[in-house]
Design a protein around this ligand. Structure first.
Ligand code: NAD
Length: 497
C-alpha cells in the first residue's frame, strides 16, 4: 500500500511520528494509501525551513514572484487531467467536478499574478513642509492554512496563491481525507520556481492543528472547515496573537418566487443541490418555494428530476455525482435522513436504498428529497453535507426572507424570480454574506472576496480577492521629512500647518 509523505523544505519527507490515517478509495470503500500525521517536532522543521526562506523570498521583487505564479498556472493546466483524476480517486467527486475545483483555484492564481499591482501602496506628497507620507504593504512572514476535504485544490489555492505572491512562506495542512492533490500542488510550485520552504505541506489531525495554533513563529492562520472547529481555531489562534480567518459550515437557501421559471430553476437546483454529492459549502440545501401553488408545482418537478439523477463512478462522464468521501460521512448523512423522517418531514425521494452494482462497499448514496421541512427541525438547523435537498415552504416573501436571515449559518443564498424589485429588496435585506439572483451558487469570482456571515465565518477578513491581499500583508505607514535647509526647531506635526 502507498504511504504518502509530507513536503518539507522542497522535498518529500517521510513521517516520523508513528501516527497515520487511512486514505480511502470512496468508490470501492477500500483503503488505498496511508497518510502520516505530523507531530509538533515535524512542524518545527517546516517552520524553520519557512523562516529561513522568508527573508530572500519576501525580497524578491513582486513581478518575479508573479512570474512564479504564471509558471505555476501553466504547470497546473498541463497536469489538469491527472490532477483531476487523482482528486476524484480520493474525494469521490466526478472528474468534471474535480476539474472545476482546480479551475476555480487557478482563477485565484491568475488573480495573484497581478500582485505587483495589488500590493502597490499609497503616497501623499507634501503632507507638510518637506514631508511625504506613504503606506506600504509588507508580508507577514510564516503563515499557515488548514483546509477541508471538499475542495482539495481550490481552497489551498485560495490561500497559498495570494499568501506566497505577497511574499509570505506558507505551510499547508490539507485534509487528511484527500491529501494527494495538495502535495502535487506543492511539487508544482517548486517546478514553477518557488524556492524550498516557500510552500510546504504537512499532514495530520487535531494534534498538528493545535501545534500550528501554538507555534509562536506562525503569524497567521487561514482555516476552512466545519463551524465548531472553525470557531475553535479562531479563538485559539487569536488568543495566541495570530491573525486568523476561519470559514465554517453552511445551510444555503434558494428562494423560489411564484413568478420564477420553474423548469430553469429545477435544472439549476439539480447541480446546486446534488452536484459533488452535496459536499459543497455553497451547495443549495434548502429550497424555499413561496406560496402553496409554487411549492406543489416545484416539488412535483423536483421529484421527477431527482428520480432520474444518475449516481455513478467518479470516472463516469454521465454521472451527476459519485460516492461520498468516507463511510463515516455517509453514515452521518444516513442518520440525518432517518432523523428527518422521525421529525416529521415528508421524504419524497429516499436515496438510502441505492446500491452501485459491483461497488457495493463503496460510499454511494442515492439522492433524497424532503418536503415540509420546518425551522424547528434539527435536520433543518444543522448542516447535512450530503445529497439531500430539503423543501421548506413559505407563505410569502417576508417569511421566505426570514428563513435564511434567521438561520445560524449565513454563507450563501439565492433567489429565483423575474421581479427586479423583489430581487433587489431580497439582496439588500437578507442576513447572509453571498447572494445569488437567479444564480444558485453565488461563489464570488477570484477578484472579489469569499466569505459568509454568522456561524459561517469567524474573523473579519474574507478569502482571496482584495481581502486575501489584506489578510496576508500588514500595512506600514511612513511619514518622511527631508528638510531643505539645516534642521531647525521647526519640527512639528504637518497637521498643525
Ligand atoms: P472539518 O472541520 O472536519 O476539517 C477541516 C480541517 O480541520 C481539516 O484539515 C481537518 O484535519 C481539521 N480538523 C478536523 N478535526 C479537527 C479538530 N478536532 N481540531 C482541529 N482541527 C481539526 O471539515 P471537513 O469535513 O473536511 O469539510 C467540510 C466542512 O467544511 C463543511 O462544514 C463545509 O461547509 C465546510 N466548508 C466551508 C467552506 C467555507 O468557505 N465556508 C468551504 C468548504 C467547506
Amino acid at each position: 500500500m502507498k504511504t504518502l509523505t509530507h513536503f518539507i523544505d522542497g522535498k518529500p519527507v517521510a513521517g516520523i511520528s508513528g501516527r497515520d490515517g487511512p486514505v480511502f478509495d470512496p468508490a470501492t470503500g477500500e483503503i488505498q494509501a496511508r497518510v502520516p500525521f505530523a507531530n509538533a517536532a515535524e512542524l518545527h522543521v517546516a517552520v524553520a525551513a519557512a523562516t529561513k526562506a522568508f527573508p530572500a523570498w519576501s525580497a524578491v521583487n513582486p513581478q518575479r514572484r508573479a512570474r512564479v505564479m504564471f509558471n505555476f498556472k501553466a504547470l497546473v493546466e498541463r497536469d489538469m487531467e491527472s490532477l483531476a483524476r487523482l482528486m476524484s480517486s480520493e474525494h469521490g467527486k466526478v472528474v468534471a467536478d474535480s476539474k472545476g475545483d482546480i479551475q476555480r483555484g487557478l482563477e485565484v492564481v491568475e488573480f495573484a499574478c497581478g500582485i505587483p499591482h495589488l500590493t502597490k501602496g499609497e503616497y501623499t506628497e507634501g503632507a507638510g513642509p518637506g514631508i511625504d507620507v506613504y503606506a506600504i504593504r509588507q508580508p507577514l512572514g510564516v503563515v499557515a492554512g488548514i483546509t477541508p476535504f471538499n475542495f482539495p485544490a481550490m481552497i489551498p489555492m485560495w490561500m497559498f496563491a495570494v499568501a506566497v505572491a505577497c511574499g509570505n512562506c506558507f505551510i499547508l495542512k490539507p485534509s487528511e481525507k484527500d491529501p494527494s492533490v495538495p502535495l502535487r500542488l506543492a511539487e508544482l510550485m517548486m517546478e514553477a520556481g518557488a524556492p524550498p520552504g516557500v510552500l510546504q505541506v504537512i499532514h495530520g489531525d487535531k494534534e498538528i492543528v493545535d501545534a500550528i495554533l501554538d507555534d509562536p513563529d506562525i503569524a497567521a492562520v487561514s482555516f476552512v472547515g466545519s463551524s465548531t472547529i472553525a470557531e475553535y481555531v479562531y479563538a485559539k489562534g487569536a488568543a495566541s496573537g495570530k491573525r486568523v480567518q476561519a470559514m465554517g459550515g453552511a445551510k444555503n437557501h434558494a428562494i423560489v418566487m411564484p413568478d420564477a421559471d420553474l423548469d430553469a430553476c429545477v435544472n439549476e437546483l439539480m447541480g446546486a443541490g446534488y452536484g459533488s454529492a452535496g459536499e459543497r459549502c455553497m451547495a443549495v440545501s434548502v429550497v424555499v418555494p413561496v406560496g402553496e401553488k409554487t411549492a406543489d408545482a416545484l416539488v412535483k418537478k423536483l421529484k421527477m428530476r431527482v428520480d432520474g439523477l444518475k449516481v455513478g463512478l467518479p470516472t463516469d462522464a454521465e454521472a451527476a455525482y459519485g460516492p461520498l468521501v468516507t463511510g463515516a460521512h455517509r453514515a452521518k448523512v444516513l442518520d440525518y435522513i432517518a432523523m428527518g423522517v422521525t421529525e416529521g418531514a415528508e421524504l419524497v425521494v429516499d436515496g438510502r436504498g441505492f446500491k452501485m452494482q459491483g461497488y457495493e462497499k463503496g460510499f454511494f448514496l442515492g439522492p433524497s428529497l424532503f418536503d415540509r421541512v420546518t425551522p424547528e427541525m434539527r435536520t433543518y438547523r444543522e448542516e447535512i453535507f450530503g445529497p439531500v435537498l430539503q423543501v421548506a415552504r413559505a407563505k410569502d416573501f417576508d417569511e421566505a426572507l426570514a428563513l435564511p436571515s434567521k438561520h445560524q449559518y449565513g454563507n450563501g443564498v439565492a433567489i429565483f424570480t423575474r421581479d427586479g424589485d423583489a430581487a433587489r429588496e431580497f439582496a439588500s435585506r437578507v442576513n447572509v454574506g453571498m447572494v445569488g439572483i437567479n444564480v444558485p451558487i453565488p461563489v464570488p469570482l477570484a477578484y472579489y472576496s469569499f466569505g459568509g456571515w454568522k456561524r459561517s465565518a469567524f474573523g473579519d477578513i474574507n478569502q482571496h480577492g482584495p481581502d486575501g491581499v489584506r489578510f496576508y500583508t500588514k500595512l506600514k505607514t511612513i511619514t518622511a521629512r527631508w528638510p531643505k535647509g539645516p534642521r531647525d526647531s521647526d519640527f512639528i506635526m504637518p497637521t498643525m500647518r
